[in-house]
Design a protein around this ligand. Structure first.
Ligand code: NAD
Ligand code: WQD
Length: 341
């Protein structure tokens, strides 16, 4: 049994599908602060399997202990957290509380229950502005906002935990830019309010919920002047978690079993590359205008995915065209996300 915190969210729901398809039993622990229970109904519909849901907050240690005991989980995948960079600048305390305190309570509960296998959602945002590309895991960490700093603090907390007790098995996965959706079109990204991120915004332009895209900056030192990122299909990302669980299962106390691993494709695409690929996938025109740079944005960011390949035997298989096609399938079938109206 795998306990999945934040399992109703975007990446969590896709990971639940892959876990159930691979034969794992799954318990989701979520407070639905940024998701809908409908996502879990859809997960069951896709897999034709049942999962167990526990509604609760990771910051509630008692509830976490109860969930770990009731589920009899052998490992935890910890997605639960807040992720909006701008919101974290405006309201840092809720980010440190939800992300750092939430993870602290979870690991205290794991210690109490003698459960020692954990996969954690970190982010390429911990690197900050790259000094050298592609980003390797030993690149210096210099996050530029409270959200990124909350992820760095958690990484440090997990490494300290491992140093104090080598029977812990921990995988820290640094995601690049997750996009796309399950190819059923039944689950996908469903941001509340106006999307902050590029692909969900483009999807809403294509479906007519937004008028036009603002391209934030066309004077970056990149091939076409717009920002370059390493977009990764959410299903590839989900499969990376199953590979991490496998790697931790065979990890021994002799080998370092606190792994820090990039999950990216290694390939960078510009904003305009994404717009063109989305137009092709959706057969819609995506109107855009060039706008000033977004404060805090960097020119380019892409992964060196070698460690993921060497240590996990994982590499991304799906390209930009599939990311856009699957995003469009989800968006056009569910123009208002999980909320039907
Ligand atoms: P999401 O918001 O869709 O999912 C997060 C889930 O966690 C939601 O279901 C939410 O209700 C739940 N949650 C939040 N706080 C909770 C708490 N205190 N207790 C219980 N449940 C709680 O986000 P996502 O895109 O699926 O991201 C999952 C994880 O991956 C997050 O930790 C995020 O920081 C990290 N990450 C995301 C991205 C990205 O671009 N999507 C990139 C890198 C890292
Ligand atoms: C991508 C590119 C924008 C929107 C963020 C977080 C990061 C991680 C992933 C969680 C950039 C441009 C965007 C728009 C645009 N999340 N853009 N118009 O900023 O790389 O990463 O999500 O860990 O922490 O910072 O992703 O999708 O917001 O932007 O021109 O309306 O698209 O400037 O070049 P980003 P993004």
């Amino acid at each position: 049994m795998i306990l999945v915190t934040g399992g109703a969210g975007y990446i969590g729901s896709h990971t639940c599908v892959e876990l159930l398809n691979a034969g794992f039993d799954v318990t989701v622990f979520d407070n639905f602060c940024n998701s809908s229970p409908e996502a879990l109904i859809r997960v069951e519909q896709i897999t034709r399997k049942k999962l167990t849901l526990i509604t609760g907050d990771c910051r509630d240690r008692g509830a976490m202990i109860k969930a770990l005991k009731e589920s009899q989980a052998s490992a935890v995948i910890h997605f639960a957290g807040l992720k909006a960079v701008g919101e974290s600048v405006e309201n840092p305390t809720i980010y440190y509380d939800n992300n750092v305190v939430g993870t602290l309570r979870l690991i205290e509960a794991m210690q109490e229950c003698q459960l020692k296998t954990l996969v954690f959602s970190s982010s390429a945002t911990v690197y900050g502005d790259p000094v050298k590309l592609p980003l390797t895991e030993d690149h210096p960490l210099a996050p530029t906002n409270p959200y990124g700093r909350s992820k760095k603090m958690i990484e440090e907390m997990l490494c300290d935990l491992y140093q104090s007790d080598h029977s812990f098995k921990i995988a820290i996965l640094r995601y690049f830019n997750p996009v796309g959706a399950h190819d059923s079109g039944l689950i996908g990204e469903d941001p509340r309010g106006i999307p902050n991120n590029l692909m969900p915004f483009v999807a809403q332009v294509a479906v007519g919920r937004q008028e036009s895209l603002s391209v934030w900056g066309s004077d970056y030192p990149t091939p076409d002047g717009t920002g370059v990122r390493d977009y990764i299909h959410v299903v590839d990302l989900a499969l990376g978690h199953l590979k991490a669980l496998e790697a931790l299962k065979i990890a021994s106390e002799k080998r370092n079993s606190c792994l820090t691993i990039n999950l990216g494709t290694g390939q960078g695409y510009s904003v305009l590359d994404v717009v063109r690929a989305y137009e092709k996938a959706s057969k819609k025109n995506i109107p855009y205008r060039i706008a000033p740079r977004r404060p805090g944005d960097i020119a380019s960011c892409y992964a060196d995915p070698k460690r993921a390949h060497d240590v996990l035997g994982w590499q991304a298989k799906l390209g930009l065209d599939e990311m856009c096609a699957n995003s469009w399938h989800w968006q056009s079938n569910n123009p208002t996300g999980y909320q039907q109206n």
